[in-house]
Design a protein around this ligand. Sequence first.
Ligand code: FMN
Length: 174
Amino acid sequence: MAKIGLFYATDTVNTRKIAKRIKKQFEEGEIELFDVAKTTPDTMKDCETLIIGTPTLGDGELPEPLAEFLGQLDSSHLNGKPVALFGLGDQVGYPAEFVDALGITYKKLKKLGANLIGSWPVEGYEFEKSKALRDGEFVGLVLDQDNQADLTDERLEEWLERVKPELLGETVAG
Ligand SMILES: Cc1cc2nc3c(=O)[nH]c(=O)nc-3n(C[C@H](O)[C@H](O)[C@H](O)COP(=O)(O)O)c2cc1C
């Protein structure tokens, strides 16, 4: 079993594609991908660290398979492991519910005592409201494939640089 388990939900495959792009940034065997529609939280017990990625659907809602997955989750699945979150949304189409599912996921995990890492600055996005904001930052990486796909490579690279050491269990220098 790989060290990092990346669990994702997807409707129109954007999030799956991002998950695959993240996987490419790690060495062979370091990370494994799991579609939450096809697995259960027990799979998390075999992973040392976690990434969870989700689009926002409906009007600021979780994808149904992720809602179900999170409903089965308890603190024994998380057990102090670092968890980094990313969310996909559409800031032009849904400016008042931008990446809300990321915020809903964060809230649920926080309640279970998860060790959440990988917050992300709000600069560069234009929206009215988002449940994914805490202390003026997003609670995880935010990607907008509908309007800012050209910024995704850059955002992914910078975010991974920040979270990789903790996800790989390496000591951060300095
Ligand atoms: C029916 C529908 C509802 C959506 N609702 C929201 C929303 O409330 N907030 C948001 O930020 N994005 C919303 N989006 C945009 C998606 O989150 C975005 O397109 C994302 O890239 C889809 O990822 P996926 O292909 O992995 O499903 C919605 C998209 C669809 C098709």
